[in-house]
Unconditional design. Sequence first.
Length: 288
Amino acid sequence: MKFFITGGSGLLGQRIATVADNNDEVILAHNSNCMDNSVKCDITDKSQVADVIGGSDCDVIIHAAAMTNVDLCEDEVDMAYDINANATGYIAQTAEDIGAKVIYVSTDFVFDGEVGNYTEDDSVNPLGIYAKSKYEGEVMLQKYSSNWAIARVSVLYGWHERNNFTTWLIDELRNHNSVNIVTDQINSPTYADNAAEAMFAIAKSDVNGIFHTAGNDLISRYDFALKVASEFDLDESLINPITSDKFIQKAPRPRDSSLNVSKIEDVLDFKMETCSESLRRMADCENL
Ligand SMILES: NC(=O)c1ccc[n+]([C@@H]2O[C@H](COP(=O)([O-])OP(=O)(O)OC[C@H]3O[C@@H](n4cnc5c(N)ncnc54)[C@H](OP(=O)(O)O)[C@@H]3O)[C@@H](O)[C@H]2O)c1
């Protein structure tokens, strides 16, 4: 099969390229950070989307590009909606023109976090601009595409040239720096490799609909940090528990946006890993 990956220079896009089957063809697209063999496609430019993605003759688009800086989205509202929502509409329309399936990567932040352990059937209530614009992307996808899936992930991590929470934490602890980590934000940290594998499973099946492709835990950021320290053999005493009220962030964060992953396990017999399983894989990968 032929895959077109938006956000090919990002964490998830890069891991999608790494875990792809050798028999598949993968076209990676970037915007400002050109990678080896990636093609330029600014997804906010409707004609570029039509030319580059429309001309690619792909079977499946995995749409992982987004404005992911949650706090910056509060300041740059129009840009957040252009990238996260309107561009998803352009991609869905182009996919429909060429008969491709679209998998849109969305977020646990579509939920308000009052309950936790959310299933795909639960009602959304996005809190900030990032969350609202990503949810609007979900709406655009369903408006324009007849062959779609939404893959929601949560706190992505994995090896990538730009730091994510996990790689940042590993760096800090290796440098013997102490860190303050919140105890009152709960989610389902998602190993990008495992999420990428789940997306290929969705792509290769004939299923449509929403899937939670997240880590198989409901865990606070602090407890997750302790697991990272333990798996990478680092000093847990450098991790200080704090509460969110001591850690001012511009955008609102859901208190517990953890995702229930039973559906993908039942429907596709695909296993979402716990963070202990994924962190072990990540550590093994570093030691190769
Ligand atoms: N990171 C998380 O914790 C998290 C949590 C929940 C959901 N998600 C979702 O998961 C997906 C992947 O996230 P990630 O962390 O892998 O992203 P990332 O590393 O922050 O990378 C973002 C990607 O989007 C691309 N992009 C931004 N603006 C673009 C534009 N105008 N045109 C084309 N491409 C553009 C970037 O391209 P350039 O770098 O080339 O400009 C980059 O490849 C996103 O949809 C995000 O909303 C992420």
